[in-house]
Design a protein around this ligand. Sequence first.
Ligand code: BTN
Length: 248
Amino acid sequence: WLRSIRWVPEVDSTNRLAKSLADQADQPTPMLIVAKSQTQGRGRLGRSWFSDSGTLTFSLMLAAPQLAVDRTRWPQLALVAGLAVCDVVGEVVDPVAVQLKWPNDVYLAGGKVAGVLIETAGRDNDHVVIGIGLNVATDLSKAPPEVQQRARSIRDYADHRVETFAVLPEIIDRIAVRIADWRTDSAAIADDFSKVCLLRGRRIEINTAGQTLQGVCLGIDGDGALRVRRDEGEVVEVRSGEVVQWSD
Ligand code: BTN
């Protein structure tokens, strides 16, 4: 499935490198860029992403023809990739402990174990870059205190030693399979998502389009939007935003 693999010993950000390659013509895609060390990992909403030598950091770049879906659906790739990461993390640790926090965060035992950053790239925005950071053997005791508090690392939950790059081939395979399924039946991800949804049935507070909404999360719809029953009873669908609080 992959047409090229770039292994880089050190890079500021695999997403940034992928985007700069997309500006040059005729890149062989799907392209995988894997970094042994990433010095300025980018997160969503302008945040940074902490990693050490135990963190798997990579970007997968696809071109429009490989996706063959309307570009308005590209943001759903965050859910598709998140589900693929859940599949594989659930093979290494107790799958019951693995959940997805809409839209992009993979949770393990109540803390974030992986993040997904989707960006468009190329002169005509005709490429999409799926950047994934996964704490496989990350030593969180060296992370900043706020990361230590809310992050998790697979190595602390697996009953055997896990090498940083060992899960990568399986994740790529799962992403390829899940993208193929999603292209033909986009609504199917809603069912799979609901099985691992961290927020379903919980009271949440969500920042979206400059306002804060509160209500109970009902899961996602077939387009990947989060369904929230507000306190007045109205059900709203949130297409983009950040869930900032949720009840236990
Ligand atoms: C988030 O949770 O906010 C998303 C984090 C995404 C981090 C990955 S690491 C590989 C890729 N390159 C980056 O600079 N960011 C993504």
